[in-house]
Design a protein. Structure first.
Length: 115
């Protein structure tokens, strides 16, 4: 399940998901910049992909990054802006900006402690 990080400026994928995306043979762009991750690490980005995504009934093609991550995917502020998503943390809901009365609930994921 992807993680949503409204403080992340980019949408990012981990290695396993990058391999899946590569098999789709979608266009990629060479780049070279660094980002700071939430845990304080610096990740070097050397490639972006033009990735078609769909959220409910809204589709967009976006440029997303390929750093090494521990989580499946981080959906950043660029994803939220691209899809024009409004967040209401007080009620744990989100909506599309042009349909504010059509609310969706955040799906809460709890990881089991296996220790």
């Amino acid at each position: 399940m992807p993680a949503l990080d409204s403080e992340s400026s980019r949408t990012l994928f981990r290695d396993k998901e990058i391999d899946i995306v590569r098999r789709l043979d979608l266009p990629t762009n060479s780049t070279d910049f660094r980002i700071h991750t939430e845990n304080g690490q610096v990740a070097r980005i050397r490639e972006e992909i033009e990735l078609p995504l769909q959220l409910k009934d809204v589709s967009r093609t976006r440029n997303d990054c390929f750093p090494k991550l521990v989580v499946l995917c981080i959906m950043g502020i660029n994803f939220l802006c691209s899809f024009e998503v409004g967040l209401d943390f007080a009620s744990s809901e989100w909506h599309f900006a042009n349909r504010p009365r059509e609310q969706y609930t955040f799906k809460e994921i709890r990881e089991e402690n296996t220790n």
